[in-house]
Design a protein around this ligand. Structure first.
Ligand SMILES: *Cc1c(COP(=O)(O)O)cnc(C)c1O
Length: 488
């Protein structure tokens, strides 16, 4: 009986072709092409067949679905052709949020990237000689300008190359300098970052042999000196990006390690992680060494990320002694880890902003520098536009964090927009905000939903007002359907 009923329901479904040729869908077929429309119709009909099969439709229910079938095809098409990767509003106050794509690019980087992307370029073509060139010259010369003062004062020339990310940079430098040989690392620096980057694992993949020295909390220069042997190829210092060791601790100052490395003729490599090119001390953040600090201390090769505090595209940058950088460049791994023209374009524009000291054009640096007072004024302006009602909006002091493996214990004072609603759990509210278009990512603390505007672009404030106003009107009818709450 039941299966006969199903057969009857199946028969009422149009064929894929019939559905795709519905006159109401003609405009969509013209705009997106009929193959995409047919595909959407097919997806929709197979979903319906599945639902019938699961017994989720009776005669009346199916009729209700069939009357607006073309609308359903239209939304299926929109879904099929929509991007999965899309912009979100980061209201977490975490400036470099790895889950949210780390650093937003400067607009100049986007523009230059766009300019280079859709045409041919001189990526590997030397325009003055009319012959094959090298892709790395485009950023090497900019980094030389940036580090020029440092080079002149120390009398050391500095070269730079770029690979896919900092993990790749570490792999490349270890493999180049130490394949088959030993690398000395302090036991206090055998870090794991982001769940999959682990120093011992990268070391193994580079075919270098890890020689651990010292203890978790204390390592002295003499520990390195005692461990050096004829098979030692490098000393590696790793920045403790995402944790701190406190209490009875000791880590040799970088200049002392550099002195030992010079004395023994063994290169000192530093995995710096974030690699700031901006003086963080100027915004009150201490204990996060910058790239210049490391170079000045005498590190031979420093590796750092392009999309952490530097504020550019995902990349791994190696800066240091030209002879060592040139060896890394000649390694066939460099070819496998190289970056494409879009990254060179975006990185070059970002480095130019540093050369011009135009820090406010770099969103990550701008967010770092943003005074709490400026954030307070914006929160205040938002509060004036929000309705009074059952969702209570308020302002409270708080802290933003840098994230992305930088200054784990440093925080920046901020002003938060807080909201609470009677009978509406904070987790449910952030879920609703996540489904906003564009999605808004907020956090919950002590039962309150908190939004930190430090990481929200001022042009996005109006989207926040709109989303929160919708939330407020949805909350006015407790116990009933909340209009702004999807899936209810
Ligand atoms: C972030 C980080 C890495 C990994 O850099 P990616 O650019 O994410 O590959 C490696 N080492 C340290 C110390 C880091 O902080």
């Amino acid at each position: 009986m039941k299966s006969a009923g199903k057969a009857e329901l199946y028969r009422q479904l149009p064929s894929v072709d019939e559905l795709a040729r519905t006159p109401q869908l003609a405009d969509l077929a013209a705009a997106h092409g009929s193959p995409a429309l047919v595909e959407a119709a097919r997806d929709l009909l197979s979903a319906l067949r599945r639902e019938i099969d699961e017994g989720r439709h009776d005669q009346v229910g199916l009729q209700a679905v069939l009357v607006d079938l073309s609308d359903r095809v239209a939304s299926q098409l929109k879904k099929n052709l929509g991007y999965s990767l899309r912009p979100v509003i980061n209201a977490t106050g975490v400036i470099l949020h790895t889950n949210l794509g780390r650093a937003p690019l400067p607009t100049a980087a986007r523009d230059h990237l766009g300019e280079v992307a859709t045409t041919y370029s001189n990526l590997e073509f030397d325009l003055s000689r009319g012959e094959r060139g090298r892709r790395d010259v485009h950023v090497d010369s900019l980094f030389r300008q940036l580090f020029d003062r440092e080079s002149r004062s120390s009398g050391r020339e500095l070269a730079t190359i770029v690979v896919n990310n900092n993990a790749a940079a570490v792999l490349l430098v270890l493999n180049t300098l130490a394949e088959g040989g030993e690398v000395i690392v302090s036991r206090g620096e055998l870090v794991e970052i982001g769940g999959s980057f682990r120093i011992p694992d990268v070391m193994a993949k580079s075919h270098a042999i890890l020689n651990e020295v010292g203890t978790t909390n204390r390592t002295r220069v003499s520990d390195y000196a005692d461990a050096i042997n004829s098979n030692t190829r490098a000393l590696l210092r790793v920045h403790r990006s995402n944790f701190e060791v406190s209490g009875f601790t000791e880590q040799p100052p970088l200049p002392k390690l550099a002195e030992l490395s010079r004395l023994k003729g063994i290169p000192l490599v530093e995995d710096l992680g974030s690699g700031s090119l901006f003086d963080l001390r100027s915004v009150g953040i201490t204990g996060e060494p910058g790239v210049i600090d490391s170079l000045r201390a005498g590190v031979d090769v420093v590796t750092y990320s392009g999309d952490k505090l530097l504020g550019g595209p995902q990349a791994g940058i190696l800066t240091g002694r030209p002879d060592l950088i040139s060896r890394c460049r000649s390694n066939s791994l460099f070819r496998a880890l190289r970056v494409d023209k879009l990254i060179y374009a975006a990185l070059a524009a970002t480095i130019l902003a540093y050369i011009r000291q135009d820090y406010d054009s770099i969103p990550a640096v701008r967010a770092l520098k943003m005074p709490a007072d400026e954030i307070r004024r914006r929160v205040d302006a938002l509060l004036h536009q929000l309705p009074a009602g059952s969702v209570r909006f308020s302002m409270q002091p708080g802290e933003s964090v840098i994230g992305g493996g930088a200054a784990p214990s440093s925080v920046l004072p901020t002003v938060l927009l807080a909201l609470e609603a009677e009978g509406w759990a904070a987790d449910e509210i952030i879920g609703t905000l996540r489904l906003n278009d564009p999605p808004i990512i907020a956090r919950v603390e002590n039962g309150k939903v908190l939004l930190d505007l430090r990481t929200v672009f001022p042009a996005q404030d109006s989207s926040i007002v709109m989303a929160l106003s919708n939330l407020a009107s949805a909350a006015k009818t407790p116990g009933q359907d909340r209009a702004a709450h999807p899936h209810s």
